[in-house]
Design a protein around this ligand. Structure first.
Ligand code: ZN
Length: 197
C-alpha cells in the first residue's frame, strides 16, 4: 500500500515533485527506491503522515489538499489493480446489486481490506442517510497535529471508490473528525446517495 501511495503521488506531481516531498519529509532513503510489490507491513505510518505534511508545506494548505485528494483517487485505481481480483467486487454478482447495496457492501469489503492488509483499523457505521467511515488507527495523519481534519488522501480514496462502484457518480465525502485535530477517530461521512442523482 505504501508503494501504491508513492506511485500515485508520482502520477499526480511527477518524479521531481515526489523527490522534493520526500526530501522535505526527511525520507531521502525512499527516493528512487519504491517499496517492493508485496503485502509486507514495511511502510511505517510515520512516513505516510510525514509525506502528507510535506505536501502541504511544499504546495500550501489548499494546494496540498487538492493534490492529496487527487493522489487518493489515483491510489484507488492502483489499489483496484492489485487488490481488486481478490475482493470479488469486480464480479458479476456484485455489479448486479442495486446502487445502495453496492455502496454498503463495497464499504464493508473495503474496510476489511484495510484491516487485513495494513495496520489501519477501520469500521463502517450506518445512519439514516450517511455512512460513517471510522478510522481508529489512521496512517494518513499519523504523528501530525493540525487545526482542521487533514486526511485528504483517505477522502480521495473513498471518493474514487464510490465513483467506481456507482459507475461514475459523485458522492458527498467529508472528513468531520480527525485524530490529528484532537478527536478520538478520523471520521469520514459518506452520503448514501449520489449528488448527481
Ligand atoms: Zn487521520
Amino acid at each position: 500500500m505504501g508503494r501504491i501511495i508513492l506511485l500515485a503521488l508520482e502520477e499526480v506531481i511527477g518524479r521531481i515533485g515526489v523527490n522534493a516531498v520526500l526530501n522535505l519529509a526527511g525520507l531521502q532513503d525512499r527516493i528512487g527506491n519504491l517499496p517492493p510489490n508485496n503485502l509486507d507491513l514495511a511502510f511505517p505510518f510515520e512516513e505516510v503522515g510525514q509525506i502528507q505534511e510535506s505536501l502541504e508545506r511544499l504546495y500550501g494548505p489548499r494546494g496540498g489538499r487538492g493534490l492529496a485528494l487527487r493522489t487518493g483517487r489515483t491510489c484507488f485505481k492502483y489499489g483496484l489493480r492489485e487488490f481488486g481480483p481478490m475482493l470479488g467486487i469486480s464480479d458479476l454478482a456484485f455489479r448486479l446489486l442495486p446502487l445502495t447495496m453496492k455502496v454498503k457492501v463495497g464499504a464493508e469489503v473495503f474496510a476489511d481490506t484495510f484491516n487485513k492488509y495494513s495496520d489501519q483499523i477501520v469500521s463502517v457505521e450506518e445512519a439514516d442517510d450517511l455512512f460513517y467511515w471510522q478510522i481508529e488507527r489512521c496512517p494518513v495523519c499519523w504523528g501530525r497535529e493540525t487545526e482542521q481534519p487533514c486526511c485528504h488522501l483517505a477522502v480521495g480514496v473513498l471518493q474514487e471508490s464510490l465513483f467506481w462502484v456507482s459507475g461514475g457518480k459523485n458522492f458527498m465525502v467529508e472528513e468531520t473528525r480527525c485524530i490529528a485535530a484532537g478527536d478520538s477517530t478520523c471520521t469520514i461521512e459518506i452520503a448514501r446517495s449520489p449528488i448527481d442523482g
